[in-house]
Design a protein around this ligand. Structure first.
Ligand SMILES: CC(C)(COP(=O)(O)OP(=O)(O)OC[C@H]1O[C@@H](n2cnc3c(N)ncnc32)[C@H](O)[C@@H]1OP(=O)(O)O)[C@@H](O)C(=O)NCCC(=O)NCCS
Length: 172
């Protein structure tokens, strides 16, 4: 095991550990109300988005998981995380993904999420990676399916009913 969050690379994307230099671009990303419409809190107001970024920057869990900025050709187009869950028992590792709508429909969010999932399972040796997706979030449910995550149930999390997914080591 290393001691620091790593930069990840996929065919089209670079995932950089989230840092203060990404903050303005993340706030801009969430200016689109669609980004947070199913997250339970509207983050389209810059002050609220900035608070969300600050919360992420204040992450003080294990050093290798955390939050990542998703970059395409050097521009921030999304956000992703792999960190102990605040919703699931025992801080199970939870993954999440966000992509600017203008870059949607090309598989970029799936690519970022797959890189992070593989990093968690293959590099960090996690025994499982969990994803909670609101039952009304059809694009995100499709993404979870593309990743090969298993659906293991449904529960009330954050703002409502969420499908509970898990990714396990080994080929998908
Ligand atoms: C969830 C979210 C990231 C999904 O975005 P997306 O554009 O559907 O996802 P991708 O970038 O992976 O693109 C997948 C789409 O591109 C298509 N596609 C085209 N080329 C592709 C490729 N090379 N690989 C995979 N998919 C490809 C897929 O068929 C898919 O379309 P479909 O869902 O209509 O079948 C996005 O809607 C979002 O950020 N929502 C707001 C934040 C949010 O809700 N996050 C999730 C919280 S759980």
């Amino acid at each position: 095991m290393g001691e620091r969050q790593k930069c990840l690379f996929s065919d089209r994307l670079v995932l950089e550990p989230l840092a203060e230099r990404h903050a303005d671009a993340v706030v801009d990303l969430f200016a689109d109300p669609a980004m947070s419409s199913l997250l339970g809190t509207d983050l389209s107001a810059p002050t609220l988005a900035r608070r969300m970024v600050d919360d992420r920057l204040a992450y003080d869990g294990p050093p290798e998981p955390g939050h990542w900025a998703v970059l395409l050709d050097g521009d921030l187009v999304g956000l992703a995380h792999l960190r102990p869950s605040g919703e699931l028992p025992d801080g199970l590792p939870e993954i999440g993904w966000y992509l600017a709508a203008r870059h949607g429909g090309r598989g970029l969010a799936t690519e970022a999420a797959r890189a992070l999932l593989r990093h968690g399972l293959d590099d960090l040796g996690l025994h499982s990676v969990w994803a909670l997706v609101h039952v009304d979030n059809a694009p995100s449910l499709r993404l979870a399916r593309r990743l090969g995550l298993l659906v293991v149930g449904e529960g009330h999390h954050d703002n409502g009913p969420h499908r509970v997914h898990v990714g396990l080591p080994g080929p998908v």
